[in-house]
Design a binder for this molecule. Sequence first.
Ligand SMILES: *[C@@H]1O[C@H](CO)[C@@H](O)[C@H](O)[C@H]1NC(C)=O
Ligand SMILES: *[C@@H]1O[C@H](CO)[C@@H](O)[C@H](O)[C@H]1NC(C)=O
Ligand SMILES: *[C@@H]1O[C@H](CO)[C@@H](O)[C@H](O)[C@H]1NC(C)=O
Ligand SMILES: *[C@@H]1O[C@H](CO)[C@@H](O)[C@H](O)[C@H]1NC(C)=O
Ligand SMILES: *[C@@H]1O[C@H](CO)[C@@H](O)[C@H](O)[C@H]1NC(C)=O
Ligand SMILES: *[C@@H]1O[C@H](CO)[C@@H](O)[C@H](O)[C@H]1NC(C)=O
Ligand SMILES: *[C@@H]1O[C@H](CO)[C@@H](O)[C@H](O)[C@H]1NC(C)=O
Ligand SMILES: *[C@@H]1O[C@H](CO)[C@@H](O)[C@H](O)[C@H]1NC(C)=O
Ligand SMILES: *[C@@H]1O[C@H](CO)[C@@H](O)[C@H](O)[C@H]1NC(C)=O
Length: 887
Amino acid sequence: NMQRNERWFKVSILYCVMLSQLWAFPFSPSLDLDVTPRTTIFHKDFWSCNNGFTGSSQNYSTLLLEEETGRLYVGGRGALYALNTSNISTSANLTIDWNASPEQKKQCLNKGRNNQTECHNHIRFLQRFNETHLYVCGTNAFRPLCVYIDAERFNFSSGFEEGRDRCPYDPAKGFTGLLIGHSDGEMFTASQYEFRSSPDIRRNFPFPTLRTEEAPTRWLLEADFVGSVLLKESINSSIGDDDKIYFFFTERSQEQVAYPSQTKVSRVARVCKNDWGGQRTLQRKWTTFLKARMVCSVPEYELHLNVLRDVFVLQGRDVQSSIFYGVFGLEWKNIKASAICQYAFSDVRRVFEGPYMEVQDSKWREYTGKVPEPRPGSCITDVHRSQGINSSRDLPDSVLTFARRHPLMAKQVHPVDLRPLMFKRSVNYVKIAVHKEPALDENLYTVLFLGTDEGWLHKAVEVDGETHIIEELQIFAKPQPIESMVTSAVQRSIYIGSHSGVIQVPMSACQRYTSCYDCVFARDPFCGWDGRVCVEISSRPQRSNLTQDISRGTRGCKENPGNGPVIHRRRAVMSGDDVLLQCELRSNLATPRWTLNGKELQGYGLSTGYRVGTDGLLIIGARTQQGGSYRCFAVENGVSVLVYLYTVKVHTDPYFPVEPTDSTEPTTISSPVVFSTASPTEQPLPSPPAPLPPGANFQTYRHMEAIYISLVAVLGGLCLVLTVVLLYVSFCTRRESRSRKFSHQNLHVLGSSDRKRSSHLELKTISSHCNGRQGRRSISVPTFGDFNDSFLQIIPGDDQMSPAKTPPPAPPLPNPPPLPNMDYANGLSATLPSVLRKMNGNSYVLLRQADPEGMSPLYHSFTEELNRILEQRKHTQLDMHPDESSI
Ligand SMILES: *[C@@H]1O[C@H](CO)[C@@H](O)[C@H](O)[C@H]1NC(C)=O
Ligand SMILES: *[C@@H]1O[C@H](CO)[C@@H](O)[C@H](O)[C@H]1NC(C)=O
Ligand SMILES: *[C@@H]1O[C@H](CO)[C@@H](O)[C@H](O)[C@H]1NC(C)=O
Ligand SMILES: *[C@@H]1O[C@H](CO)[C@@H](O)[C@H](O)[C@H]1NC(C)=O
Ligand SMILES: *[C@@H]1O[C@H](CO)[C@@H](O)[C@H](O)[C@H]1NC(C)=O
Ligand SMILES: *[C@@H]1O[C@H](CO)[C@@H](O)[C@H](O)[C@H]1NC(C)=O
Ligand SMILES: *[C@@H]1O[C@H](CO)[C@@H](O)[C@H](O)[C@H]1NC(C)=O
Ligand SMILES: *[C@@H]1O[C@H](CO)[C@@H](O)[C@H](O)[C@H]1NC(C)=O
Ligand SMILES: *[C@@H]1O[C@H](CO)[C@@H](O)[C@H](O)[C@H]1NC(C)=O
């Protein structure tokens, strides 16, 4: 009950948010920024063409790619591997087993640590030390150790060194480190090293080691580090500048933030490489530490993505042209959303040269007083040297005292164009890698590789400040976060590490595009159509006969889109039967269009006898005049491409001779269909692809307050009333649904081997919660285990579609908006529809259900319905003794 009420509460909150958006509409046009990946490729469909590596360990969290030596070094749990970059599957047998000793594990257990995850040696640091050696640190079951490795022979070359200052104890703590300047090596790391210690940015060697300050001003507050980079700003510097190291992290905000609901802020901090600490003040502390806030917000939504998850630095020819990409998310675990923001280091530098913040009356405010000379936090430059200041130790106390109290800059670092490059709902990106690829038009395109927390890789291209996701690939069959990712321009591969292994994925697989339109619509900078096949353009020295259109994705294909390669199938059905004409569109951006005997099919809906979904057309109760030639077109970028041709014959004689189905026709339907509901009265046109219904916006309350401060009270009251109503309705309908008896259910199994006989199946059912479908009715779902090759299709009964009998359940909205496609609490995930679409059954089950109550207007498609149901299934035990009310 608690759960239910919680869910209802969430729904009502949603309505309030949506309501407020309706109010907001005339003033803030909410642009739909969410980007849909053009194609979805599942693990089983591409797995065979990739190389993978799985050693005896797990948690392949640290990767070091060395293009020159052709090696990919991998740090896992209790082991290190050296793999061949050209094919990581070919085992060169270079493995170092490095486990924590049994005594150490025991001690770790005694400290109350988790023996499954923490009491192991997780490799956290793995970098080149000099020409011959690598330097490696591992957590060693909560007692970190470091060691040199002979890279050539790939074995330990020294005894172990104490690692407690260099490596976090906790395998899951944010950590970043750099080893720079071979042989005269310097090591910089940042983490919360020990359990319960404060986070710290350190220079570990050479002597003197440096740290951040904790008093009187804490420079870092619960910082969670995601990355660091050395920028060699000394090269060609006109002022004799120093090299700088930048650190990227999220921390608890100290300063007043404008968004009270958020407690964290993203930061960039920097130190100078040749900082030696102060003489008296800031002894063995950084004298050059400065940090600034990084902003990544979606202006349309007034949404501030405040948690930095990963960064990728794209070094330009000099620092001025270097940029970095940040992956941002929200601090609330139950809402999935990601934004990619792009920043210029020149902007970062400008912020570090701007005003400071200061604590006044225990609040952070911009400091407007006098700033001592030389400027605190700046590196030692020629100006300093001319004043006799040759190192940070020569800095006057006044400067160091000021630096100590003023680590934070007043100005914020804003992204290029003041907006994200990309925003994505329902997805948590956790890793990013960026690659520049020259396309056929000789422009250099930015290709983003984005790893999700569920083991997917999104490949996107930036075109004129907009991002187009070319494809999404399911890298790991088992959902798991992508832990590490590196790209190799030489091998044209991406190496992806996760809990279960390392995968080598080619940057492009153009052969996946099977027609000119497919190849061109994809807008993949790697791929071009050569007249017969889609090929990697880099593989062709002679490119004049290649076709590609990155900027628009429409131009260049010569053949008539109506005459492309078409799959022709025949269907013979009994009059009165339902028949499914499958038309699966490869592209999630395409919409289906159907014609019958050359005439546009219009008015899909029960009354017309047609229902259209993203994957096919259902003819309901086929009539003789519905026979003929059906064409399915994929409409993408304004071009209609013919993909399927069906010849349908409707027989009235029950004993018509069995026609041999034509050879191209599988006797089974190879993949399931998801229909969107099309009520006869209001939806004459085919609905757009199901995965991402538009209009799912979200804004913070704060925003609403700011704009309609006067409306707050009204809205609040409304929300309260709504909540009460919803709770009441939920309570009532739940009771109702328990007592409801359902009439006989008709099941037609189509597409099974004997297509003419409809069989009655006994369904294994689960009892459903009323909250899953707003308590309007309960639906049963066969377990997919039982119907491994089947798919459940739920068609609401005729009478429920009649508008007169559709009392909207609760919220008195004229046109209730679709549920936002975000992952609230337990899913309702936008990725599920595409998963469903391809569940690859070879038949589908049609469940007819007469429901006197009508369908909830909350649902715009069966996809969402199924989502809901599947979502419930995750949390519902199978009811071993189903009664009628559970069907
Ligand atoms: C990697 O494998 C390729 C062939 O598969 C081989 O030519 C190359 O020498 C190997 N590289 C290393 C570093 O082992
Ligand atoms: C990589 O090596 C594995 C094992 O030797 C082999 O099965 C696979 O075909 C190779 N992949 C490529 C792309 O050569
Ligand atoms: C790897 O080592 C194992 C045992 O150490 C051996 O059996 C196997 O043949 C080796 N494989 C290769 C490719 O060298
Ligand atoms: C971890 O602890 C659990 C219970 O405390 C025990 O059953 C399991 O065998 C232990 N695993 C290892 C690897 O020690
Ligand atoms: C690299 O460092 C290791 C470890 O300190 C040392 O033994 C080795 O001689 C160094 N190699 C070179 C070429 O300097
Ligand atoms: C590393 O390997 C070489 C040759 O295989 C061997 O001579 C050397 O003793 C090994 N070193 C260690 C520390 O095991
Ligand atoms: C530094 O300046 C020289 C000469 O102007 C130029 O050749 C070189 O590329 C510059 N280096 C960098 C990193 O800008
Ligand atoms: C290591 O992998 C296991 C699953 O294999 C996972 O549960 C655990 O969280 C991972 N540990 C870290 C530190 O990533
Ligand atoms: C395009 O050019 C390549 C050689 O560069 C050739 O192999 C291919 O057949 C050509 N395609 C057409 C359609 O002419």
